[in-house]
Design a binder for this molecule. Structure first.
Ligand SMILES: Cc1cc2nc3c(=O)[nH]c(=O)nc-3n(C[C@H](O)[C@H](O)[C@H](O)COP(=O)(O)OP(=O)(O)OC[C@H]3O[C@@H](n4cnc5c(N)ncnc54)[C@H](O)[C@@H]3O)c2cc1C
Length: 502
């Protein structure tokens, strides 16, 4: 069956990202793309912190960075600052980019550890540009200094989610996507093969399609409510199941920091996402250990300014669909699954879902092989991210609440246990199956949460020579030089992409 009509159900971040990407790549092909969304139902309206591949997503769509950031009140993000996770009073940055660089095939954190044992007491953070720039509230893009002898700047964005969806709507409509306003009231299946054949709107209008992208949010209108795909529940590993979100002013007029903050509380954690005009805030918590009122009060008590909207209370179950592609339906975004936004991975999973869909989709037919490949690859991505998130809860010495006692002592997947054991033993980190998080990511979080390397790869002991010591000095010096000469993040934004008036 040829694919000539693609129907996207849902107009949140997932729906409009899918519409934008599909309309961009369909050039020259005879395919109609329709997106259905309901203003009455609305979107989840959160989801404002991203990671570096999102920059590539926008570039691939040939989106003008300055224009997009100005439209979405966007800021730059160099990493995430985690406070009170390993123990109360702790703070570390999980940066984008790497600690130093590989020397003679040795990962930098091994060399650093080996030198440390020989008396070099410099913290590993001084060898990472993004950490140092974040620490001093500075920002520049690699293009600004155009020197290949200096480390590149790796960054992502903070964006206003609603404005980003609106921006992509404009982009998609210009490229022929037709938007239908209204609620899908019914979904019809083809009795011959069980494929979705059409959706019926609440005004009775029937929209037929050959391929459907389910971006309907947590409800999973097609993938779950219609095709009954099933859900794998991961609450036992990641027990938080509620969030309250609340934007606020930055009362003190301070510039937005170039990083997301994730501050642990007694039964969860609080995010702060700085935009140009406001901060996005939220408290993710576990309802078994905390009531909604208390979660709200903790959030309000730890915000940088006065709320600018009513609190948005959300419920979720951490986990994922048993299949992301089922028959002629692919689920993206919250319809596909959900893991808490601790490492800003949800929009990323939309992005990689779209990449796989675009690569696998053939306009001639839908085959089982495509479906299987999509599901296998996506399942692996979810598993790897899940392990990385669990690490933040498991690697803690906090014993000040029932929640942390549960997390500290819970069983974790064998795959994560192995990673933690190997790192503790000699700092070894294996990055498997194209997994998202790099050696620096794993090392930053493990060390930040209090897992100490007892040893390192013995090969790096061969690098105790004066030449390597000089190389370490050069890395530190060039980072210091760069950061000293960068503008403040606030100044950079007001020059490069000042937000459009609200
Ligand atoms: C508390 C919280 C914090 C988050 N923070 C981050 C973050 O910092 N970074 C990150 O990457 N991700 C984050 N996420 C995830 C992120 O919000 C989502 O991945 C993203 O917003 C995509 O949502 P969506 O488009 O799948 O769903 P939604 O925004 O819920 O959109 C669903 C769409 O479907 C439509 N719809 C539903 N039913 C029907 C129907 N019957 N008929 C017609 N239309 C219908 C709705 O109108 C809407 O347009 C967070 C999520 C939560 C819950």
């Amino acid at each position: 069956m040829a694919i000539k009509r693609i129907v996207i159900v849902g107009g949140g971040t997932a729906g409009w990202m899918a519409a934008a990407a599909l309309s961009h790549v369909k050039k020259g092909h005879d395919v109609d793309i329709t997106l259905i969304e309901s203003e009455q139902i609305g979107t989840v309206g959160v989801g404002e912190a991203t990671i570096p591949p999102f920059v590539d997503f926008n570039r691939l769509l040939e989106i003008d960075e300055r224009e997009m950031l100005a439209e979405t009140q966007g800021t730059f993000k160099l990493g995430i600052q985690f406070s009170n996770w390993g123990k109360q009073g702790d703070s570390y940055i999980h940066p984008f980019g790497n600690y130093g660089y590989e020397i003679d095939g040795n990962s930098f954190h091994h060399i650093w550890h080996s030198h440390r044992q020989q008396g070099d007491k410099r913290p590993i953070q001084v060898f990472n540009l993004e950490t140092m720039a974040a620490h001093f509230g500075k920002f520049a893009r690699t293009e600004d200094y155009q020197r290949d002898d200096l480390p590149p700047m790796n960054y992502a964005y903070h964006i206003d989610a609603t404005r980003y969806a609106q921006y992509l709507r404009g982009y998609s409509e210009k490229r022929g996507v037709v938007r239908r306003e209204g609620r899908v009231a019914d979904v019809a299946l083809d009795s011959a093969n069980g494929f979705v054949s059409s959706v019926t709107m609440d005004d009775g209008q029937v929209l037929e399609g050959d391929f459907f992208v389910d971006c309907s949010g947590f409800r999973g209108l097609l993938i779950e409510q219609t095709l009954e795909t099933g859900y794998e529940d991961w609450s036992h590993y990641l027990p938080c199941n509620r969030a309250v979100a609340l934007p606020c002013n930055r009362d003190d007029g301070s510039p937005p920091p170039p990083f997301t903050k994730a501050t642990a509380h007694s039964a969860g954690w609080q995010w702060q996402v700085p935009l140009q005009h406001r901060n996005g805030n939220g408290h993710v918590y576990c309802s078994e250990f905390m009531e909604a009122d208390e979660a709200h009060d903790i959030l309000v008590g730890n915000m940088a300014g006065k709320p600018t909207a009513d609190p948005n209370f959300l419920r979720f179950v951490t986990g994922r669909r048993k299949k992301f592609w089922n028959k002629n339906v692919v689920a993206l975004g919250l319809a596909a699954g959900f893991m808490e936004p601790l490492e800003s991975t949800s929009i990323h999973l939309i992005n990689t879902g779209i990449n796989k869909l675009v690569s696998l989709l053939s306009l001639d037919s839908v085959t089982q092989t495509q479906e299987d490949a999509f599901n296998r690859l996506t399942g692996k991505e979810y598993d790897k991210i899940r392990d990385f998130l669990i690490l933040h809860y498991k690697a803690t010495s906090r014993d000040d609440s029932d929640f942390w006692n549960y997390c500290r002592t819970m069983d974790v997947p064998d795959s994560l246990k192995e990673k933690m054991d190997l790192f503790r033993l000699n700092g070894q980190i294996f990055r498997e199956d194209d997994e998202l998080f790099t050696e620096t990511s794993w090392a930053a979080v493990m060390m930040g949460q209090g897992i100490e390397m007892q040893g390192h790869n013995v090969m790096s002991d061969a690098l105790h020579d004066a030449k390597t010591k000089q190389e370490l000095d050069e890395i530190e010096k060039s980072i210091r030089f760069l950061v000293q000469n960068m503008p403040g993040h606030g100044d950079y934004l007001s020059r490069y992409c000042p937000a459009k008036a609200m």
